[in-house]
Design a protein around this ligand. Structure first.
Ligand code: AIR
Length: 188
């Protein structure tokens, strides 16, 4: 736990590195409630897949506004480089953080209300000019992790290679699906 109540998670490689020198996580994953965690698991799994050190914190823009402001103001100084912020309903977490930091903020609208995430999508994506939040689809938390990795890959050739492998594997899967569909239909 750090001073923001954030749990830091390191991949095995990052843990090995931290025995030599302490490496601040580049990515923060914040969510408005612990009830958002199941929807954010895909994000966390993908960050681990990419071997990225990250921290996780539950921070509510409405229920703990002081903490949200403190987190956003301190983020850059603590060495973070990308913030992924998830919330449902009147989802202002990503926007509030984006208003206070120069770091890129990726918003994940969570479907947790009777409006099935459309409320969170609009609340997250419809930011005023000058305060962008890079918003992924409703509950699309894996995409948030991939976008964070793509942002960080500009200084990291290994990470770029892992992203290339992902793209290639998706293309291979489509090629295989194409063959399967054509075979099922008896097409040459
Ligand atoms: N939320 C929490 N504080 C502000 C917002 N918008 C969101 C959470 C969660 C939803 O409210 O991100 O998706 C319901 O939270 P809970 O804690 O009642 O389950």
């Amino acid at each position: 736990m750090d001073s923001h109540g954030a749990d830091t998670a390191r991949t095995p490689k990052a843990r090995r590195t931290s025995q030599v020198r302490s490496v601040a996580p580049a990515v923060a994953v914040v969510m408005g409630s612990d009830s958002d965690l199941p929807k954010m698991q895909g994000c966390i799994d993908a960050l681990r897949e990419f071997d990225l050190a990250f921290e996780v914190a539950v921070i509510s823009a409405h229920r703990s506004p002081d903490l949200a402001h403190q987190f956003a103001r301190d983020a850059e100084g603590r060495g973070l480089r990308v913030i992924i912020a998830a919330a449902g309903g009147a989802a202002h977490l990503a926007g509030v953080i984006a208003s206070l930091t120069t770091l890129p903020v990726i918003g994940v609208p969570i479907a947790s209300s009777p409006l099935a995430g459309v409320d969170a999508l609009y609340s997250t994506v419809q930011m005023p000019p000058g305060v962008p939040v890079a918003t992924v689809g409703i509950d699309a938390s894996r995409n948030a992790a991939i976008l964070a990795a793509q942002i960080l890959a500009d200084r990291d050739n290994g990470l770029r290679g892992r992203l290339r492998t992902l793209k290639d594997s998706m293309a291979d899967a489509v090629t295989a699906s194409n063959a399967t569909v054509r075979q099922k239909l008896g097409l040459k």
